[in-house]
Design a protein around this ligand. Structure first.
Ligand code: UDP
Ligand code: MG
Length: 317
């Protein structure tokens, strides 16, 4: 299979049939060898029925239905698990992304040397408030992760299949950070300005409250990038520094007290020394636990990504 288009949809009954029509036209121009994988993310409206209608018309349309609502990025994960294309394309089901952008993005991946190309909604059609929030979000992300891409919230993305094995999905966390994480893993990430339409049918599923959660996600992603392999380096150094300060303070106080230079009656500093030592030790212990968790995780994963292999025979060839 050459191309897989992966589309999670949650209560999008009004969009499915037009979406498939638009995608079919574009994909057929690229190649007849494509599949469209819909993930019905536990919709409560007629989304599944609409998907089935499309599948009856064209068996290249495939359906995964979740038992309940899991969130868009979990939908992508399922789509990636079942996709057989060498190139995988993701986009929204609500027709805010324009399939007409796909061919140029695919070209960047096929011949432009990119592993991932991310859409950039340079003329975004959403409310001012949402655009403002997303500006702040993108700005913070750029500062914290050092990543230069303009718009990571855009679902329209084109991936080489081998990138997908390297994405660790974790709840809905990585919706915005997939490209940043792939860049961090050493994949070449590009971006392309894409068209963005206002939503015509159905409602946005992301409340503003949910969007704020993205800020916390950013901290997690930063931590993940910097310390996921060795969390003890963070917790350990903090812990040792803090308990070291506690020991130093306690030691100084003890010496001064022994020399009868100070009295310790009614003083809070000894308490502070004990507190620092204890907090420091707690942090150190947290580091050990975190490191053990990491060790367990990475023992089943590879911590590296390979760009090229020479002189090896692939199994089965
Ligand atoms: N979506 C999903 N599961 C969810 C929420 C959203 O599959 O729990 C899909 C939704 O159907 C749409 C895409 O994710 O195709 C983006 O959602 P939405 O348009 O509501 O987000 P916005 O464009 O407002 O950020
Ligand atoms: Mg939308």
């Amino acid at each position: 299979m050459k191309y897989s288009v992966v589309i999670p949809a949650y209560n999008e009954e009004g969009n499915i049939s037009q979406l498939v029509a638009k995608i079919s036209v574009v994909m057929n121009q690229l190649s007849p060898d494509w599949e469209l994988i819909f993930i019905d993310d536990g919709s409560k409206d007629k989304t599944l029925e609409k998907m089935r209608e499309e599948r009856q018309k064209d068996s290249r349309v495939k359906i995964i239905r979740f038992r309940r609502n899991f969130g868009q990025s979990v939908g992508w994960q399922a789509g990636f698990d079942y996709a057989t294309g060498e190139i995988v394309i993701t986009m929204d089901a609500d027709m805010q992304n324009d399939p007409a952008d796909i061919p140029a993005m695919v070209k960047m991946v096929e011949t432009g040397g990119y592993d991932v190309v991310s859409g950039w909604r340079s003329m975004r059609q959403d409310s001012l408030y949402i655009k403002f929030l997303s500006k702040i979000g993108n700005w913070l992300r750029r500062i914290v992760t050092g990543d230069k891409t303009h718009d990571h919230g855009c679902s329209l993305k084109v991936y080489k299949k081998e990138c997908l094995d390297s994405i660790e999905f974790y709840s809905d966390l990585h919706r915005r950070y997939i490209a940043a994480l792939l860049a961090w893993k050493g994949f070449k990430v590009g971006e392309m300005k894409t068209t963005h339409h206002a939503r015509k049918y159905g409602q946005s599923k992301y409340s503003v409250r949910k969007k704020w959660k993205g800020l916390l996600d950013l901290l997690v992603v930063k931590f993940w990038m910097q310390y996921s392999t060795r969390p003890i380096h963070l917790f350990g150094s903090l812990g040792l520094a803090i308990s070291g300060a506690g020991f130093l303070l306690g030691g100084t106080l003890s010496v001064l007290w022994l020399l009868r230079m100070i009295s310790l009656q009614n003083r809070t500093t000894p308490l502070l020394a004990v507190l620092l030592v204890m907090i420091g030790l707690q942090l150190l212990m947290t580091g050990f636990i975190a490191d053990t968790v990491s060790m367990t995780y990475y023992s089943t994963k590879r911590a590296y990504t390979v760009e090229l292999l020479e002189g090896f025979e692939k199994p089965g060839e």
